[in-house]
Design a protein around this ligand. Structure first.
Ligand SMILES: [Zn+2]
Length: 303
């Protein structure tokens, strides 16, 4: 195992105060890298976008290669890297605990290995955590003390952000692996009956023989909306979040889905309200939130 304090590639200087940061959205299907001037602003330049390599070592090598290629000599000035990953992160924030969609990443020292390749501090969080941080800081969730972010993508992920006058806590939750009564489908996580068997892009593609983007049957989409809405109603009742920002490739490619979710959620909830909002940052929310991680105290995140 590499020692993160001794990077493979020497850094000529200590980072300057205005040194750039990287945000990386390491999704189950696609990886995106963005360069940020600050973790406190959502503006960035896309450095690279490529299919996520299922092989852990190859994926990290490719991230390092694309960073050096895109930044030239400036990569050695990086002040820090934030990574949003479509996987459950270990409690210590150093690697992946479970991931049906990226199984080769489980149990690896991802933070130390990436720090060794890029020669700078690295932070890691679930992409739902990064999404809710981004929407809470810059997007649709600015006004809410109890907020959630839901991504409908390769998997179905979420996180909640709870704020008081004194502090704030961002909590990763396994929304896709809540059980739906009567659902007989085995999930890639090992349970039977998870929401994600019906809403996760990978599990839909395995069952239907084609990705959700290629399915045009209105009955399929109504069924998916019904199941997602049920998951959101359960989320609202269990956590009392007031608003949820919805994003992810499946939601963004299907604009009619979010209005339908609004109708279904408000029709089911009686003694609570959950505002179903479009993520203002769209597909960029996890990437922006990954960079924002670098300004978020680690003790305010429950992985
Ligand atoms: Zn599951």
């Amino acid at each position: 195992m590499r020692d993160a304090s001794r990077p493979d590639v020497p850094r000529p200087d200590a980072p300057k105060p205005d040194a750039p940061l990287l945000g990386i959205d390491l999704g189950g299907t696609t990886t995106r890298i963005g360069i940020f001037a600050s973790p406190d602003a959502p503006r960035f330049t896309v450095l690279a976008r490529f299919p996520t390599d299922a092989d852990y070592g190859h994926a990290l090598d490719q991230i390092a290669h694309e960073t050096r290629r895109g930044m030239g000599a400036a990569w050695a000035q990086l002040a820090g890297v934030g990574v949003a990953i479509g996987a459950q992160v270990a409690r210590d924030g150093q690697g992946v605990l479970t991931s049906p969609n990226l199984p080769d990443y489980v149990g690896r020292p991802l933070v130390a290995d990436l720090a060794a390749r890029l020669g700078c501090p690295v932070r890691l969080a679930h992409d739902g955590v990064c999404g809710v941080l981004a929407e809470r800081r810059f997007g649709a969730l600015l006004a809410y003390e109890r907020a959630a972010y839901l991504t409908l993508s390769t998997g179905t992920g979420a996180a909640i952000h709870l704020r008081t006058a004194a502090t704030a806590l961002t909590i990763s939750i396994q929304v896709g692996h809540q059980l739906l009564d009567g659902n007989p489908l085995p999930c890639l996580c090992g349970q039977v009956g998870c929401l994600e068997t019906l809403t996760g892009g990978r599990q839909i593609a395995l069952r239907e023989g084609r990705p959700p983007a290629e399915i045009d049957d209105p009955l399929f989409w109504e069924g998916l909306a019904q199941k997602v809405a049920l998951g959101l109603v359960n989320l609202a009742q269990l956590t009392r979040v007031e608003a949820v920002a919805v994003s992810g490739g499946i939601a963004l490619a299907r604009p009619a889905l979010r209005p339908r979710l609004r109708e279904l959620v408000s029709a089911r909830l009686r003694d609570a309200t959950l505002l179903v909002l479009d993520a203002a940052l769209g597909e960029d929310a996890p990437l922006v939130g990954a960079a924002a991680l670098l300004a978020e105290p680690e003790e305010r995140i429950l992985h």
